[in-house]
Design a protein around this ligand. Structure first.
Ligand code: ATP
Length: 522
């Protein structure tokens, strides 16, 4: 049974509550009572009761009790215990959970396999209702424990995930040996460790995410930067076989995108880990490689070169080359000699990126940052040259202007950020619904990312979400966004040097001529 506690200061009668409450049943959670006091009442009342012994023995009976604080003797307070509508919410939540479990069991029995993400769409509203009810319970600061059957389901799901992971790895290994392959976009989700909202951490969310969204992987507060990078490491080999790779971090402002992509000196993120691995791979395999880097930010729909201090009047425009690749005209490209030079250049670029303090993040990125590595690999054995482009994108975060308490200029920035993210959303929807028209040109971001969304690239999306229930709406929308991306299928193909492509074409033509000759002879 759950109770709501109400306090009023107007009552005359003073009774020592500890005597009265000692006789009531023990076992009522102290946490519930104290957390109500901490969250529901103003500071003044709060301080009166925080350490009061009387709270520990609050009974399970409804009624009014006059109490005297242990700390402030003489204060007249009334404690009113009434049953809370929360009990109803709990019941509703249990019903929905039972319905979901039943649906899953029936599906398994009927189809002989667990439901896929598409199958789950049909009851997505149930999953949504379930999450909302959990949120409502949490908003009342009530500690909800997952029931045992929930935990069992969780274990079952983990097993299935493990099997799926093994199968995916197998497919990846096979696809590397083929010249052309079709790989699904990859979606990883990561929680940020949120100090500000530590109080209300979503302990259950990881389970829910795996249930509903079926992402390739899911990391929580206990996961390290290395854990996240390991997921990306699996794509390292592809870079040296001529495949394009794009890694981008998406999420609400302050959810940890920059932390995931760049990290800190002690906890390096995806980019430094990947660079270190690229150089280690080159050394280990004694490869003949050259690496060129460029870096830009899209700030208020303008492209800014982050590797050129003297950009001056040079306008950076998005253009298409003869083979339809989008590139930025006049952007600085630097050929690097070693890993340290590359790391320094990226650090320099990132230090020039626009950041500012908002209510949601002390150093909020106000632009989208895109860093590109062009890696040319010469295979001495096959005498082939591959060109791969690795794109590392840290998007600016979506934000609610009132929540972030933005200043005038920041409002303007947020308008551009939200507009380009919404253009990105439109592209995702069009791609996932296989629309005949994809609105890539609606923003510079989507035009620049054209190849990585539905094109010739292996693409990994990292969704960062906040562990706080305060941000549940934003987290839900980020996750749904990720779900759309998961449905997009890219067509990564090996990028051979133009000469190699000509040779390949020549080979096909020769073959064709030979066949014609043979047919004529017959
Ligand atoms: N997993 C984590 N572990 C520890 N600290 C983290 C983690 N994720 C984020 N942080 C910290 O939270 C704060 C906000 O993170 P970060 O700047 O990366 O968010 P963001 O999503 O890039 O925000 P914005 O979109 O506003 O730029 C930073 O101080 C960062 O160090």
């Amino acid at each position: 049974m759950v109770f709501q506690v109400e306090l009023s200061q107007q009552k005359q009668e003073i009774v020592d509550l500890s005597d009265k409450l000692k006789s009531t049943q023990q076992g009522y959670s102290t946490t519930v009572a104290t957390s109500f006091l901490q969250t529901s009442f103003n500071q003044k009342q709060d301080s009166l009761f925080k350490d009061s012994h009387t709270l520990e023995s609050v009974g399970q009976t409804e009624g009014e009790y006059s109490i005297m604080s242990n700390k402030n003797r003489g204060q007249k307070m009334m404690l009113k215990i009434i049953q809370d509508p929360i009990t109803n919410i709990k019941k509703q939540k249990e019903i929905i959970k039972r319905e979901i479990t039943q649906w899953q069991d029936e599906f398994l029995k009927k189809e002989g396999r667990p439901p896929s993400i598409n199958d789950k769409q049909s009851i997505s509203t149930k999953f949504y209702q379930y999450t909302i009810l959990k949120k409502q319970l949490n908003d009342r600061s009530t500690v909800i424990q997952d029931s045992t059957d929930c935990k069992n389901m969780h274990h079952r799901y983990i097993n299935l995930q493990e099997q799926m992971k093994q199968k995916t790895n197998e497919i990846k290994r096979l696809s590397l040996s083929e010249s052309e392959s079709v790989l699904q976009s990859k979606t990883i989700e990561q929680f940020r460790q949120n100090k500000r909202y530590q109080l209300k951490v979503a302990q259950i969310a990881r389970f829910n995410l795996q249930m509903i969204f079926n992402f390739d992987n899911c990391f929580n507060q206990q996961s390290t930067q290395k854990d996240v990078y390991e997921e990306i490491q699996q794509s390292l080999q592809a870079i040296f076989h001529g495949y394009n790779l794009c890694i981008f971090a998406y999420g609400q402002t302050g959810s940890g995108k920059t932390y995931t992509m760049f990290g800190t000196k002690q906890q390096p993120g995806v980019i430094p880990n990947l660079i270190e691995d690229i150089y280690a791979y080159i050394k280990r395999n004694n490869l003949d490689c050259s690496i060129i880097v460029n870096s830009l930010e899209i700030y208020k729909e303008n492209i800014i070169d982050l590797l050129n201090d003297q950009q001056g009047s040079l306008s950076l425009e998005l253009k298409e080359n003869a083979s339809g690749q989008v590139f930025v005209q006049n952007l600085t490209n630097i050929k690097v000699q070693n890993m340290y030079e590359l790391m320094n250049l990226i650090e320099f670029a990132s230090s020039k990126r626009r950041q500012s303090l908002t209510e949601m993040n002390d150093s909020s990125s106000r632009s989208h940052m895109c860093t590109q590595l062009v890696i040319e690999t010469f295979n001495k054995i096959t005498q082939q040259k591959f060109i791969s482009r690795v794109n590392l994108i840290d998007l600016a975060g979506s934000e609610r202007c009132n929540k972030s308490r933005l200043k005038q200029n920041q409002l303007e920035e947020a308008k551009y950020i939200n507009k380009s993210l919404s253009a990105l959303n439109d592209v995702m929807i069009a791609l996932s619904t296989k629309s005949s028209f994809i609105p890539y040109r609606n923003s510079k971001l989507t035009y620049l990312m054209r190849e990585f969304l539905g094109g010739n690239s292996k693409t990994i999306m990292i969704i960062n979400i906040s562990p706080s229930f305060i941000n549940l709406d934003e987290s839900m929308s980020s996750l749904q966004y990720g779900q759309k991306v998961k449905q997009i299928t890219n067509q990564p193909i090996k990028n051979l040097e133009p000469v190699e492509q000509l040779k390949k074409l020549q080979k096909v033509c020769n073959q064709h001529d030979e066949n014609t000759q043979l047919r004529q002879q017959k």
